[in-house]
Design a protein. Structure first.
Length: 93
């Protein structure tokens, strides 16, 4: 399952993917496989990687975490490097 959110005032984007069935492999989700950094929100451990996209002038962050038995993969395109952390807190509140 996938959901896209675009913030119209800044054109930042949040893309949420939830793994509903095991053993499905989608090429576009491979960016979520090797996440080296850790961040915690409301006792939920989030693995993530952030890079800067010079074409879009936005920070791209790939995150992955377990929530209520589901593997969630959330992709952020944000103006500031750590803005995804606040958005993650809002999602998991």
């Amino acid at each position: 399952m996938e959901q896209n959110v675009i913030l119209l005032d800044t054109y930042e984007r949040i893309k949420l993917n939830v793994e509903l069935e095991k053993n499905y492999i989608f090429d576009f989700l491979t960016d979520f496989d090797w996440l080296e950094n850790k961040f915690s929100v409301n006792d939920i451990q989030i693995s993530y990687n952030t890079t800067f996209d010079e074409e879009l002038y936005l920070y791209k962050t790939f995150t992955k975490f377990n929530y209520k038995g589901y593997v969630c993969k959330v992709y952020f395109e944000m103006e500031e490097e750590t803005d995804w952390q606040e958005e993650s807190s809002n999602l998991l509140a």
